[in-house]
Design a protein around this ligand. Structure first.
Ligand SMILES: [Zn+2]
Length: 89
């Protein structure tokens, strides 16, 4: 476990298919794929594109099984994200 240099929150590092390491929040979120343009990172399936599910959308056990989990890049949640320098979008 490491900590964000800017805000001090816990972060994890995840390796992308290209071999790049990106900082992510430690707790994965349920992702509604194909509805939105945010990127979520998974170990098995690479990058999912969609949006974060609301709690109402994953209330049932079945919904939890069928909804993929993805990690949110920390720069999207970092309160100091203005300091983050992203290269190449
Ligand atoms: Zn941060």
């Amino acid at each position: 476990m490491s900590y964000c240099k800017d805000c001090g929150r816990e972060i994890d590092w995840m390796q992308t298919a290209e071999g790049r390491y990106i900082p992510v929040d430690p707790d994965p979120e349920f992702v509604i794929e194909g509805d939105g343009d945010e990127s979520f990172y998974t170990e098995e399936e690479g990058i999912l594109t969609g949006r974060r599910a609301t709690p109402e959308e994953v209330q049932t056990r079945e919904a939890k099984i069928n909804t993929p989990l993805g990690f949110v890049p920390h720069w999207r949640t970092c309160p100091c994200r203005g300091e983050f320098r992203q290269k190449g979008g």
